[in-house]
Design a binder for this molecule. Structure first.
Ligand SMILES: [Zn+2]
Length: 151
């Protein structure tokens, strides 16, 4: 199992950010798939980070999130990307294709909504709006009152 798959999606995302912002101060290859180094974080002193790519759960970091726990944090991910820039590139490409996909899906949805609304009868639109106002979040109801009824 790879180090990245042991980390949460959020840690990988933040770790990639740390890597691209040059927060990895130093990293040393100590053999057997093990690396240690320092990564800048929110504390004054950089965090001491150790990763073992063959046994990701043996990796550690002295940040509050991961210290003493078997958690792969963003600092470990940043160190991993620093050692394996091709993995960072792969992750960047994945992110990009995900965003492209989401953007396209959103555009398709908006087109479908526009098409649907132009075909709707006034009474159908009224039903839909009533339903949205009562089933939707409270802020939506409040905003409708404020924006359209001036109350
Ligand atoms: Zn950490």
């Amino acid at each position: 199992m790879s180090l990245l798959s042991c980390a949460s999606g959020n840690s990988v995302y933040r770790g990639y950010d740390y890597y691209t912002c040059d927060k990895v101060i130093m990293v040393e290859d100590i053999g057997n798939g093990q690396y240690k180094g320092y990564v800048e974080g929110s504390a004054d002193k950089p965090y001491e980070v150790f990763i073992d790519i063959n046994h990701p759960r043996k990796s550690h970091c002295n940040c509050p999130h991961a210290d003493g726990k078997r958690i792969v944090c963003k600092h470990q991910v940043a160190l991993f990307f620093k050692m394996f820039p091709e993995e960072a590139e792969k992750y960047r490409a994945e992110l990009e294709s995900y965003y492209d996909y989401e953007e396209k899906r959103h555009e398709d949805e908006e087109r479908a909504i526009a098409k649907f609304l132009t075909k709707c009868k006034k009474s159908e639109l009224e039903d839909i709006i009533w339903q949205m106002l009562f089933d939707g979040p409270e802020w939506q109801y409040d905003r409708f009152i404020r924006d359209y009824l001036d109350m």
